[in-house]
Design a protein around this ligand. Structure first.
Ligand SMILES: [Zn+2]
Length: 171
């Protein structure tokens, strides 16, 4: 019969930051130990790290040795970090652009003639995202139109919206 588990430094005295996994087999009748496997995995001493204010690589999190202003282990970690950063920024921008395009498409669909009054539920049903617009336009009376590119909306009373199309984009 096999047992297994993980314990912190249990099988190696004096090494408290080591995580060890162990498996053992015992005779089902006598419970006598038949064999035992221990696998040690060295863990980073995370508590010590905070105490000593140790600097770590911004990409792989390994401890840094050398100059105080060092931020990465090497140029490989540096470029991997900035690649990941750019990738995140690009993905974020792509997501916003997609959302804005989708919003515009929804407004255009509900406003094929350039002027319409609709209910908010129609926008919600088409998964319009009210968090994103490209610009706003405030009238002298203080009304605020929200635009997704050339397609705009003005919130009216009782959940209704006036949809408009902006012609100034034709240069
Ligand atoms: Zn690194």
């Amino acid at each position: 019969m096999w047992f297994g588990g993980a314990a912190l430094g249990e099988y190696k005295e004096g090494v408290s930051n080591e995580l060890c996994y162990w498996f053992e087999s015992r005779d089902p009748g006598t419970e006598k130990l038949q064999s035992k496997y221990i696998l040690y995995i060295v863990r980073r001493p995370t508590k010590m790290k905070v105490m000593e204010n140790e600097k770590t690589c911004k990409f792989c999190n390994k401890a840094l040795i050398g100059r105080a202003d060092k931020k990465f282990c090497d140029s490989e970690c540096r470029s991997s970090y900035y690649n990941a950063l750019n990738r995140n920024a690009n993905n974020f921008m792509r997501k916003i652009n997609r959302t804005l395009s989708k919003n515009r498409r929804i407004l255009k669909k509900l406003n094929p003639d350039g002027k319409a009054t609709i209910h908010k539920n129609q926008l919600i049903k088409l998964k319009f995202d009210f968090n994103y617009h490209t610009n706003t336009y405030q009238t002298k009376a203080g009304k605020v139109y929200y635009f997704c590119y050339d397609q705009g909306y003005l919130p009216l009373d009782n959940g209704y919206f006036a949809l408009v199309e902006r012609q100034e984009y034709v240069l």
